[in-house]
Design a protein around this ligand. Structure first.
Ligand SMILES: Nc1ncnc2c1ncn2[C@@H]1O[C@H](COP(=O)(O)OP(=O)(O)O)[C@@H](O)[C@H]1O
Ligand SMILES: [Mg+2]
Length: 357
C-alpha cells in the first residue's frame, strides 16, 4: 500500500458517562487508508462509524492511541495546525447542514470567506465548483427551494471549496431516494477519479459500498471486525455481522420457507453453487454448471439464486436441482465441487460438500 494518508493506531474514543464506565465508541482501531481510493465504513447504528470518521478531521480526538492524517497527529495540533488539517478534510452530512439564509453560491463560498479569500477569487472558485456539481443554473436559489439531491450537491461543492485532500461523507445518501442516491454516488466517484480526492463514505447500506467503494471497513461495537477490497470482503464475508449485510443482496442460499417451497416443487437433490468469490473463478464455475451435469447424464435445473456485479466482477450463487441416478448425481456434485464451493441448502446452516480426492 502507498503511504497511508490516514492512519489509526490503537485509536480509542471513550465518552464519559454521568455514572459508570462511559461509552467506548471506538475501541483500539488499527487501520491505514491509502491515498486516492474510496473507502466505505459500514456497520449498524451505534457501531462507532461517525466517531471513527470524526477523528479524521479532529472533530473527535482519541482518548487513547493516535490518528495521523496527512502526516499530522491530530491530538498534537496547535490551533493553526487544526485549521490547516480542517482545510485538507472536507465533510458532507445526511442532513446537508446548509445555511438557509444564504443562496447556493453563498453556501458554497462560505468556507472561502472564512478562509479570507477575496470576493473576486471567491466568485471564480464558486462558479467552478457549481459547474463541477452541475448546479450553475441554481447559483442564486435558496436551499428551501432545492430538492434533496440538489442540496447534497451544494454540500459537496461546499466541502470541496478549499480543495481538500480528503472528503468524508457521513450517511450522505441516507435521506435520498434510490435514483437521487445513484446521482450523488456518481458525483462522489467523479470527485475521487477526476480530482484525486481520497473519499471515506460512512453507510449502513451495502449497496452504497458495492456501487462506489474500492475498499470496505466493517465496524461492530467500536471495533473494525473486517476490512479489505470490497469484492473479497463481500463475496466471502467471514464475520456474522458482515454476512448479515450481504445477505439478500447476493441472493444467498435458500433457507426456511423458501427452501420448503423449493423442496415441494423440486424433488431432486438441491445443491447451491458459488459463482465467484476470492477463492473461485466465476467463469470456471459458470462453465462447470453448464457442462458437468450433462457429462454425468444428470438433468440440472436452476431453481434459485442470482449473479450480480460487485466491484465490476461477477459474484453470486445458483441453486440447482439435480435429477438422475443417485450415484451419477453424487459424481456430478463431486466434480462441481472441484471447480467451486458447493453447499447443500438446509433449514439452518449450510453443509459444505468436500471435493472427493
Ligand atoms: N458525544 C457523545 N457522547 C456520548 N456518547 C456518544 C457520543 N457520540 C457517540 N456516542 C456513542 O458512541 C457509540 C457510537 O456512536 P456513533 O459513532 O455515532 O456510531 P454510528 O455512527 O455507527 O451509529 C454509540 O453508543 C453512541 O451512543
Ligand atoms: Mg453515525
Amino acid at each position: 500500500m502507498n503511504t497511508p494518508v490516514i492512519s489509526f493506531a490503537g485509536a480509542t474514543r471513550t465518552f464519559p458517562a454521568r455514572r459508570g464506565p462511559g461509552v467506548t465508541a471506538v475501541d483500539g482501531v488499527d487501520l491505514d487508508i491509502a491515498e486516492g481510493g474510496i473507502t466505505g465504513v459500514i456497520g449498524w447504528s451505534g457501531a462507532g462509524k461517525s466517531t471513527l470518521v470524526r477523528m479524521i478531521n479532529a472533530l473527535e480526538l482519541p482518548t487513547a492511541g493516535t490518528v495521523t492524517v496527512s502526516g499530522r497527529v491530530t491530538s498534537a495540533l496547535s490551533e493553526r495546525g487544526l485549521r490547516e488539517l480542517r482545510g485538507e478534510v472536507g465533510m458532507i452530512f445526511q442532513q446537508f447542514a446548509l445555511l438557509n439564509s444564504r443562496t447556493v453560491a453563498g453556501n458554497v463560498g462560505y468556507p472561502l470567506k472564512v478562509a479570507g479569500w477575496s470576493r473576486e477569487a471567491r466568485r471564480e472558485r464558486v462558479a467552478e465548483l457549481l459547474e463541477f456539481v452541475g448546479l450553475s443554473e441554481l447559483a442564486g436559489r435558496y436551499p428551501a427551494r432545492l430538492s434533496g439531491g440538489q442540496k447534497q450537491r451544494v454540500g459537496i461543492a461546499r466541502a470541496l471549496a478549499t480543495s481538500p485532500r480528503i472528503l468524508l461523507a457521513d450517511e450522505a445518501t441516507s435521506a435520498l431516494d434510490p435514483e437521487t442516491t445513484r446521482e450523488v454516488l456518481a458525483l462522489l466517484r467523479r470527485v475521487n477519479r477526476e480530482l484525486g480526492t481520497t473519499v471515506v463514505v460512512i453507510t449502513h447500506e451495502m449497496e452504497v459500498v458495492a456501487a462506489i467503494c474500492d475498499r470496505v471497513v466493517v465496524m461492530e461495537q467500536g471495533r473494525v471486525i473486517e476490512h479489505g477490497p470490497v469484492y473479497d470482503v463481500f463475496s466471502a464475508p467471514e464475520h456474522p455481522a458482515t454476512r448479515r449485510f450481504v445477505h439478500g443482496v447476493l441472493q444467498d442460499v435458500p433457507s426456511g420457507e423458501t427452501l420448503d417451497r423449493l423442496r415441494a416443487r423440486h424433488p431432486g437433490r438441491l445443491v447451491t453453487v458459488a459463482i465467484g468469490g476470492p477463492d473461485t473463478d466465476a467463469a470456471d464455475a459458470q462453465a462447470a454448471i453448464s457442462r458437468v451435469p450433462a457429462a454425468h447424464g444428470v438433468r440440472s435445473t436452476i431453481v434459485h439464486g442470482g449473479i450480480r456485479e460487485l466491484a465490476q466482477r461477477p459474484v453470486g450463487s445458483l441453486t440447482l436441482e439435480l435429477d438422475g441416478d443417485p450415484d451419477a448425481v453424487q459424481a456430478c456434485v463431486d466434480e462441481l465441487s472441484r471447480h467451486t464451493r458447493v453447499t447443500e441448502p438446509t433449514a439452518a446452516e449450510q453443509t459444505h460438500v468436500e471435493p472427493s480426492r
